[in-house]
Ligand binder design. Structure first.
Ligand code: DGJ
Length: 732
């Protein structure tokens, strides 16, 4: 059992292979956080807590005689608003009488083998390995608001999940204004944070900053996890590198508006509070009702950022993604979007499929434009029936013909959206989110459907179900092409309008779950204008996500590297597209495009008729190589490497097989310069004593030499070159 409770000290110890997490109930029943970090055996970490009278930091009533004891500096397990902790609160509610203070005290706890699950929200699945659950109940004796804190301890995986369920045990309604999933206090050892910010076409760029005595908050108010700030932060210190030092990850399993606050207080303590975005949020909790917060995935690594990423890669592959798709290679696809956008008919799509087969791809995906009056982005969203003017003979027949070629068939949908110019909107204008008496905010000519409504979800399920029954569809791309605004539901009463954004996310999850249960073999690729909803919540339902609308291989180097801090490469939809690229107009060699896209779920997104015979040959080779390297890349350990010797800008990454007998190293140049030093990297994760043969050069070099002496490449030249090395050790 990875959970222990020391009765005498009223101390909880949660232990994973390399980390320990401790909490303690103090003499007034407050649940204090004691420690999270490298294993320390069973040592009681309470000795670390020194107290002193900090001016203007009042004391809980019971501690009047002890002015050093203040909620304002005490490490707390789930902080609350209004009773003297002036730092970020995890919970803020208003009672019926207007009182806005909450003071949670310990009431009970229990622990058991196995993992708790969440109703209606994604969660880390139990699957393989040892998992235990600790539940602690805290309650405010005055308002009778209770918080059930749950901890899932994944012992071998160095992961602890957390969630809080807020229950109204009073006789009156309570308004929840903020209910975070996690509050984590670090009295020592954290001085920096890394967040993953960006924009459409340039998502998840790591931003590392030193913490001052202030509160840094990142998040999204867009009704989606967003291109702009991923729901994932890393806490570390100035000594943390890729391979050494402490790193803590806080990753929300949530796809809606979110907020991560990192606050350093007057005493140097660092607090992280993460959960649903509080701005605009308000949830009415009737007596007896409960509010479930989304789950957070925490991990600690004592071996730097690469160690932290490995922990996340493993838990996402093994416990977040539906196991049906685990380690299963998704078909190499050819997507019609950048090949023909809205301009196609049944003949051109069939021709595309013929060419897709000749290139060696395995699936043709028909992207946007096949339904309703969808000839451009002004019309059609919501009308999920085939546009037979464009696709004469319909999609069922086209799909059969494509299958007859030996290819699978995939289809694009964007269920949560509607165009005003659609039959759906003309029939049900009240199904779109919009404020009474106000014209709604429009983006890409579309409005957002009210996913909180059951009738909307039923309509969407019936459309998707009909498509899946009538047409042979092996894959769906599930898009979401705007930020949410005017979050007002025509169906909810005024006092519940603050619930709309969260109910929207719950509605999407429930629709996805219903489809997943009805069609368990259907592969769904998530997408939101590229990577606008690239989060662990979506990965629960969609095992891969279109990483970015930017298909330029050179931009993708940074996008995919940034994404790799939290997410494994098997989740990243990644395509070879045309040169010059449609987003950046940059020309890039086909080999570089192939190597970059092969470090993800590979696909192609171009018009094959524009390719030369040599390029077609190269693509056939790329696909064969991708298939050969699949388990090394998708199941192996991923490492970010940093090449600095050449003085040019390069990105380098490596995969090592589980038995460490095989490795693959990629080095790509963002720029080149004449007569530079030789590019040089130290490889990682190899066996010191094994001798590796490098396929591309024929060199034989020991693992120790490659890791400690490193490897020198030829000087990089030309436009965006990319070098790939396959290493194989002689069998033991
Ligand atoms: C945004 C997606 O990310 C693209 O790949 C494409 O599917 C378009 N939407 C279609 O509208």
């Amino acid at each position: 059992m990875s959970i222990r409770y020391y009765e005498e000290e009223q101390r909880f110890v949660l232990e994973t292979r390399n980390s320990v997490y401790q909490m303690k109930i103090d003499r007034t029943g407050c649940l204090r956080h004691l420690y999270y970090g490298r294993s320390v055996g069973s040592a009681d970490m309470n000795y670390l807590y020194r107290t002193t009278d900090r001016g203007f930091s009042g004391n809980p009533y019971e501690f009047q005689d002890d002015r050093g004891c203040s909620f304002d500096v005490m490490p707390q397990e789930y902080s609350t608003y209004g009773v003297g902790d002036y730092r970020a609160a995890a919970l803020r509610c208003t009672a019926e009488n207007g009182s806005r203070s909450t003071d949670l005290r310990y009431e009970s706890h229990n622990y058991k083998e196995g993992k708790y699950i969440l109703e209606g929200l994604p969660y880390v699945r139990e699957n393989s390995g040892t998992v235990d659950t600790l539940t602690i109940k805290l309650k405010d004796p005055v308002t009778n608001v209770a918080a059930w804190l749950e901890y899932g301890v994944f012992e071998e995986k160095d992961v602890i999940t957390r969630t809080a369920r807020i229950c109204n045990e009073s006789q009156d309604a309570v308004m929840i204004e903020k209910a975070a999933s996690v509050c984590l206090d670090f009295p020592y050892g954290v001085s920096e944070m890394i967040s993953f910010s960006g924009r459409h076409c340039m998502e998840r760029q790591p931003f590392r900053q030193k913490l001052g005595q202030n509160c840094v908050s990142v998040g999204s108010k867009r009704g989606m996890s967003s291109h702009h700030n991923n729901p994932f932060v890393i806490l570390c210190n100035d000594e943390t590198t890729e391979d050494t030092g402490d790193a803590y990850g806080v990753m929300l399993m949530y796809s809606g508006s979110h907020k991560e606050e990192v606050e350093k207080d007057q005493a140097g303590n660092v607090r992280v509070v993460a959960g649903i975005q509080e701005e605009g949020f308000c949830w009415k909790l009737e007596p007896g009702e409960a509010f479930q917060t989304p789950e957070t995935i925490l991990t600690y690594s004592g071996s730097g950022l690469n160690g932290l990423s490995s922990n996340y890669h493993r838990i996402i592959r093994e416990n977040v993604i539906d196991q049906k798709f685990r380690g299963k290679r998704s078909p190499v696809l050819l997507n019609s979007w950048e090949a023909s956008y809205f301009d196609f008919d049944e003949k051109s799509i069939y021709d595309l499929a013929v060419q897709a087969r000749e290139l060696g791809t395995e699936m043709l995906v028909l992207d946007d434009g096949w339904f309703g009056a969808r000839n451009d982005d002004h019309a059609g969203l919501g009308d999920w029936y085939v546009n037979e003017n464009k696709l004469k003979g319909g999609l069922a027949q086209l799909s059969e013909k494509i299958h007859d070629l030996g290819l699978q068939f995939g289809l694009w949908v964007e269920p949560e959206m509607v165009n005003e110019n659609s039959d759906l909107y003309r029939t049900h204008p009240d199904w779109a989110l919009k404020d009474p008496g106000r014209n709604p905010n429009v983006a890409r000519n579309q409005l957002v459907l009210d996913m909180s409504r059951e009738d909307v979800r039923e309509y969407l399920f019936s459309c998707i179900d009909r498509l899946l029954r009538e047409i042979r569809i092996d894959y769906m791309k599930w898009d979401f092409n705007r930020s949410v605004a005017n979050a007002y539901s025509a169906q909810l009463p005024p006092e519940r309008e603050g619930e709309v954004l969260h109910r929207f996310v719950l509605g999407t999850y429930s629709l996805l779950e219903k489809i997943r249960c009805a069609y368990p073999d259907l592969l769904i690729e998530g997408c939101a204008g590229g990577g606008g909803r690239f989060d662990a919540g979506m990965l629960f339902y969609t095992p891969q996500i279109w990483c970015s609308d930017n298909t330029d291989a050179v931009s993708r180097l940074r996008i995919q590297e940034g994404t790799s801090y939290g997410y494994p490469v098997c989740t990243m939809g990644s395509h070879v597209s045309a040169s010059p690229n449609h987003q950046t107009r940059r020309n890039t060699p086909i080999s570089t495009r192939g190597i970059v896209a092969s470090s993800g779920a590979l696909g192609y997104e171009l018009d094959p008729s524009t390719l030369s015979p040599e390029e077609k040959d190269e693509i056939r080779k790329q696909i064969a190589q991708y298939q050969e390297d699949y388990s090394l890349v998708h199941e192996g350990t991923y490492y970010r490497l940093h090449e600095k010797a050449s003085g040019t800008s390069t990105v380098c990454w490596q995969f090592v097989s589980a038995d460490r007998n095989e490795a693959l190293l990629n080095l790509a140049a963002e720029s080149v310069a004449p007569n530079t030093p030789f590019p040089h990297v130290r490889m990682k994760g190899l066996k010191e004593n094994a001798v590796y043969t490098i396929r591309e050069t024929g060199q034989q070099i020991s693992g120790a030499a490659l890791m400690y002496g490193g490897y020198s490449f030829d000087i990089l030249a030309g436009d965006y070159p990319c070098v790939q090395l396959h290493l194989a050790a002689a069998a033991d």
